[in-house]
Structures are given as C-alpha cells and as structure tokens.
Design a binder for this molecule. Sequence first.
Ligand SMILES: C[S@@+](CC[C@H](N)C(=O)[O-])C[C@H]1O[C@@H](n2cnc3c(N)ncnc32)[C@H](O)[C@@H]1O
Length: 234
Amino acid sequence: MMRDDTYIQRRGQLETYFDRTAVDAWARLTSTAKVSRIRETVRAGRDRMRSTLLDWLPADLEGKRVLDAGCGTGALSVEAALRGAEVVAIDLSPTLVQLAAERLPKALGNGSIEFRVGDMLDTGLGEFDHVVGMDSLIHYRATDMVNAVQALAARTRQSVLFTFAPSNPLLTVMHNVGKLFPRGDRAPAIEPVAESTLRRLIDSHAAMNSWRTGRSVRIKSGFYTSHALELVRQ
Ligand SMILES: C[S@@+](CC[C@H](N)C(=O)[O-])C[C@H]1O[C@@H](n2cnc3c(N)ncnc32)[C@H](O)[C@@H]1O
C-alpha cells in the first residue's frame, strides 16, 4: 500500500530517535531505575495509560492475537501475554526490540511473544483480534495517524486501541515556539490533535464505516499527557 511521504519521513526520524538518540533515556524511563522528578511523573502517567489500555482488552486473552504496535521495551506485550494472548510486538528500533526480548520474564517462556523489527503497518504481520498502539502514533500528522489507524483496523477483528496527544491552545503555542529552536538531537515533534478533529477524520474515513468509537480517556500526570481512544468493529 502507498504511504504518504510525510509518514515515511517521520518514520525515518523516529527510527533514528528511538534507536540512537533517546535509546538510553528510554531504556531507563521504562525500567525501575531512579529517574528525575519530572520523568517520574511521566513514568507514573505511562503506567496509568498502560493499565487503562490493558483494562480495555478482554480479561481473558487466551487464543487471541494481539499486536503491540510500536512496542518499545515491551511492557504492554508482557502483560497481554501473561493473560494468554499470542502477541506480536513490533518496533522500528532494533535496540528497543532487543531490550524487550531481554526483559521477557522467565514465567512467559519462549514463543509467547513474537518480536519483530519493522513498521507496524506491514501487512505481512497478518490479522489480529486486538491492536494496541500506546504513544506510538503521537508523532505523526493527524491525517497520517488516521490512515495508520485505518490500515491497522483493516486487519483487526475486534478492537484497535491507540493514544494521541490532545491539543489545547496552550500546547499549540508551546509547540509553535518549540519549532523556532534548531532541531539538533531534539525529539521529533509530537503532533497534538483535538479529539473532535480526530473523531471527525475517523468518522469521515470511508474505510472506517464498520467501526465505531468506544471508550475515551485522557491521562495527565505532570509532564505526561496522552489520550486513549477505543475503536470497536461493529
Ligand atoms: C513513545 S514510544 C512508546 C513505546 C511503547 N508503546 C510504550 O508505551 O512503552 C513510541 C514507539 O513507537 C515506535 N514507532 C513509531 N512509529 C512506528 C512504526 N511506524 N512502526 C513501528 N514502530 C513505530 C517507536 O520506535 C517507539 O519505540
């Protein structure tokens, strides 16, 4: 399938960022090692987000195929696999995928999580019952994000759960100010989007007419703000 240039360009930046620039910080943030007070708020918010998304999956995942789309160091994959799911965990960053494999708890045994390096939209991954993209689409433009969600939904039988960075006027101002600074090693920009805009883009996407939006929750914890949306096949 054709992908927009903006998606491909951003995907390349994210691969560099998550595989090189930020890999150590990301490994630390997702561990139990001590981090700064600011990062503690982020870690706490991310823990809440992960458990929210996991709550939205059926309690019993035995025999269900789950895609952890942009798995990072794999915390969500582990929880889903512990509940019986057959998990495919994919990320652009080989280093993070390697770390995820190393962090696999012994209790899970080999084979309960299939680790992959690559693009979450790779159709070769097959079909899934549930797809979860936690904070892995927040750096894409809203239209690219919705196209990605649609591509994921096309091979999903039950639900697609994903998060976006909710926009508000203050955030938009800060975001625009941030654009004035040289890029250097900064993180690729997060692309905030208003929930109403996102819903409109999803509702008006022709290929999404067999889907409805379900639960919707915003999680704010210090320097972390993210909003989870559930899409359910009807
Ligand atoms: C903010 S991290 C979140 C990681 C993980 N979901 C978590 O919550 O801990 C975003 C991750 O998404 C991955 N990612 C972004 N775009 C991707 C794509 N198109 N295919 C696969 N992974 C992608 C990045 O490499 C990065 O590891």
